[in-house]
Design a binder for this molecule. Structure first.
Ligand SMILES: [Zn+2]
Length: 238
């Protein structure tokens, strides 16, 4: 299994690693990585992987069927051998924007108290689909104001690890049925926004900023009907 360095420190941009395997499509599997593999609506990271004077541009990072993190080269070319030492460097501008957008999705979740059915990070922000009764759909400008207040308050974002058993005993923390909490390794990471998670508290394996002020001001770009009760709320960086 690849050790996920970004779960301990999302701000880490580089790392040394060892090649475990090259898969049959030329994807590179390492013993550790700072690259986030696409999951939960957040795109996989881009960057470079360097070895012996070569620098391979990484187009994206994905999970394979066995849950290995696969670094996908942007083009064909020389690949490192299994056992080789490599140096990783993230495309930080894209990753940092994704961290801001991802943390913003936690604030949206915390502000709209209805079941979540899906979501995605986009280039200018992100969106979440909720099941909201017709007469309780939030007002766009009120929602913009509420979320911007949470951002301006610069709430700290922290995390702590709990066991899979503790997670099972606290199912109420799970906000969405479409994204399963990152369980299976014996421990789950709880992400808290505000002191003791007063703003938001949920299991999450994604990448977050250290405090909500880093997100910067946003606007609610749209609230669209996607079904009888389903509403898609789109947020954009202002
Ligand atoms: Zn998260």
């Amino acid at each position: 299994m690849t050790y996920l360095l970004y779960r301990d420190d999302a701000y880490r941009q580089t790392a040394d690693a060892k090649v475990i395997a090259i898969n049959d499509r030329g994807g590179i599997i390492l013993d550790g990585t700072v690259f986030y593999a696409a999951a939960g609506g957040q795109p996989g990271d881009k960057g470079t992987l360097a070895f012996k004077g070569n620098a391979i541009p990484i187009a994206t990072t994905v999970y394979d069927e066995e849950k290995n993190v696969v670094h996908v080269p942007a083009q064909s070319g020389p690949l490192p051998d299994p056992g080789a030492d490599v140096e990783l460097a993230l495309d930080w501008a894209i990753r940092y924007r994704n961290m801001r957008a991802h943390t913003l999705m936690h604030l949206l979740c915390a502000t709209v108290p209805f079941p979540v059915t899906g979501g995605a990070i986009t280039e200018d922000g992100g969106r979440i689909d909720f099941d909201i009764p017709k007469d309780q759909v939030p007002d766009r400008s009120e929602l913009t104001e509420k979320i911007n207040a949470l951002i301006a308050a610069d709430h700290p974002v922290s995390f702590r690890w709990i066991s899979d058993a503790e997670m099972e005993a606290n199912q109420s923390l799970i906000r969405t049925m479409s994204v399963k909490p990152p369980m299976g390794t014996g421990r789950v990471r709880l992400v808290a926004i505000g002191p003791d998670g007063s703003v938001d508290l949920q299991p999450c394996g994604g990448t977050h900023v250290r405090s909500t002020g880093e997100i910067g001001p946003i606007t609610v770009a749209g609230i669209e009907s996607k079904g009888k009760q389903n509403r898609r709320i789109r947020l954009a960086f202002a």
